[in-house]
Design a protein around this ligand. Structure first.
Ligand SMILES: [Zn+2]
Length: 282
């Protein structure tokens, strides 16, 4: 079973959890660590012979085009994470369409290859945005991995399917949700974030096994470059819960990531999507 590994390329000051305390206008004066951290991720993947998908902000591609080229030269898929990490449900449909066009142009200019995949910031495609998938399909995207089919305090669309589905009638455009596991009647967000970094690695191994062995489906796992950076600047005035979630176990994250290729096989999301499309068409 080939699973999909993905990286959401954004910096420590762009995460949703800090948006109430970090003004967007201050981004350019912050210490940028995304290039250095993403290069460390590239090295880690290279050592383990893993290919993955990098959902990148247009904001990052605009400032670090050489990094985008290195991602592509290393054999990974480059895809879009929107321009400035605005959640989809904060946009009108017109604003969302414009954000997609702007970010894709910046990423493609830097990458020199076509972008066909999209991940919404903070998994923000949900019941409030019935138009989002249609706009993505209209713009020629092949897939989105923007739905977290769970209830969570910051995100989630609990009623959504757990595995790949076609959200647009008459189109083979695919939504491939981030991985969840089931514990009795409870659905757990097992695709990344706190589940992967904060809990022991054994929980993630159990969840991916469940998806592969019981459900017979690929897992879709994600993390961020700042999660392997214990030296990042601290945001002193952030809410306590956000600080605990953001700063715990940054020092063991790289070692944990190295275990994934020892236990499972990983691929770019576009390859996994092609396989899922063939399965749904059969
Ligand atoms: Zn993000």
């Amino acid at each position: 079973m080939l699973n999909a590994l993905s990286v959401d390329v954004e910096d420590w000051f762009q995460v949703g959890a800090f948006e109430t305390v970090i003004d967007r206008n201050s981004w350019d004066s912050r210490e940028c660590r995304v290039e250095r951290n993403t290069d460390l991720v590239l090295e880690l993947f290279d050592d383990a012979d893993v290919k993955a998908t990098f959902f990148t902000l247009g904001w990052v591609a605009e400032r670090y085009p050489a990094l985008i080229r290195r991602i592509v030269e290393n054999g990974h898929e480059i895809a879009s994470h929107g321009y400035g990490h605005d959640r989809v449900f904060t946009f009108t449909p017109e604003q969302f369409a414009a954000d997609l066009i702007r970010s894709r142009a910046l990423i493609e200019d830097a990458a020199g290859v076509a972008v066909t995949g999209y991940r919404a910031p903070s998994f923000s495609i949900d019941q409030r945005t019935p138009w989002a998938h249609e706009i993505l399909a209209e713009q020629g995207y092949a897939y989105s991995s923007s739905v977290a089919p769970i209830k969570h305090d910051h995100y989630g669309w609990a009623e959504a399917p757990r595995f790949a589905f076609r959200p647009v009638a008459g189109s083979d455009f695919l939504e491939i949700p981030v991985t969840t596991a089931e514990l009795g009647p409870k659905r757990l967000a097992a695709g990344g974030g706190g589940f992967f970094r904060l809990l022991p690695y054994a929980f993630s191994r159990w969840a991916i096994h469940q998806v592969n062995e019981r459900d017979r489906r690929p897992a879709v796992i994600y993390f961020h470059p700042w999660e392997i950076d214990p030296e990042q600047p601290r945001v002193a005035n952030a809410p306590l819960k956000s600080k605990i979630r953001h700063y715990t176990k940054l020092d063991v994250m790289a070692a944990k990531l190295r275990r994934l290729p020892q236990d499972f096989q990983w691929e770019r999301l576009d390859s996994v999507v092609a396989r899922e499309k063939a399965r749904l068409a059969a």
